[in-house]
Design a protein around this ligand. Structure first.
Ligand SMILES: NC(=O)c1ccc[n+]([C@@H]2O[C@H](COP(=O)([O-])OP(=O)(O)OC[C@H]3O[C@@H](n4cnc5c(N)ncnc54)[C@H](OP(=O)(O)O)[C@@H]3O)[C@@H](O)[C@H]2O)c1
Length: 228
């Protein structure tokens, strides 16, 4: 892709969406290069992709990183289904077995909430470093029914996503993939107003968790990711 952009065989790049994510039933699964897989896909891969593509972006441009309100890890945002993130520095949380009882489903959930917190930290740090006119925001789709996210997240979550969450589509709490994708398009195309570095909850700017604003932690994460 970089070669095609350089050669002018692709149109100028004005947007990047980092939407790939995984949610696993343990905190032990490893990526090909030995990192814990949730952190590898949800945080490291996002950074590596942006590192390769950001120089190709042409102003005005916007990068969107899909995160999750699961990063709050509290009753209000997750109904008690997700544990709070446990950030312990990138060197530790990127490793398999970083959380208590790492073979358990709860550790997989903690790896997920921690990685989504990491995604917001990443957005804050990139926002400090990108030039004016190249914005980056995080996007929380909230609960989306009918996606594959629960496929490796354990039987209970699969049952909840298959039988309970679809019932909630009649409420404003849950979206279909089409609706969530539409909101994601609105964010990357700039139809949803959002200053660089901000957190978009579905279709409006909101505050992410208090813990997610931590410049020292974000710089540490950046430095660590730059040596990956
Ligand atoms: N569903 C929800 O309720 C919800 C709520 C909040 C946030 N989110 C976030 O929304 C995003 C999309 O999730 P989803 O719900 O649409 O789940 P999904 O259907 O499982 O989609 C996840 C996507 O990530 C891709 N992916 C996973 N591992 C990858 C890898 N190693 N390399 C390249 N691509 C990879 C998958 O590709 P393949 O299909 O090819 O594996 C798939 O396209 C995720 O970041 C998720 O955390 C979802």
């Amino acid at each position: 892709m970089e070669g095609l952009l350089d050669a002018g065989e692709l149109p100028p790049l004005h947007g990047v969406v980092c939407n790939a994510g995984v949610h696993l039933s343990n905190a032990l699964t490893t990526s090909a290069d030995g990192y814990e897989l949730t952190f590898a896909v949800n945080v490291i891969a996002t950074h590596v992709l942006l590192r390769r593509l950001h120089a190709h972006l042409r102003k005005p441009a916007r990068i969107v990183v899909t995160v999750s309100d699961a990063h709050f890890g509290d009753l209000r945002h997750t109904g008690g289904t997700m544990p709070a993130p446990h950030w312990a520095g990138p060197e530790i949380v990127s490793r398999p077995g970083a959380f208590d009882r790492p073979a358990r489903i709860r550790a997989g959930r903690r790896a997920y909430t921690t990685s989504k917190l990491g995604g917001i930290h990443l957005v804050h740090e990139w926002a400090r470093r990108l030039p004016d006119g190249i914005d980056i925001v995080s996007y929380n789709p909230s609960l989306v029914s009918g996606t594959g996210l629960a496929r490796d997240a354990g039987r209970t979550l699969q049952l909840v996503m298959t039988w309970i969450v679809p019932l909630l589509l009649v409420t404003p709490l849950v979206d279909t993939p089409r609706a969530a994708g539409g909101r994601l398009a609105d964010v990357v195309l700039g139809r949803t107003h959002a200053p660089t570095g901000s957190y978009v909850h579905r279709d409006r700017v909101a505050r992410s968790s208090a813990e997610s604003y931590d410049a020292a932690r974000e710089e540490e994460l950046w430095d660590w990711l730059e040596q990956v």
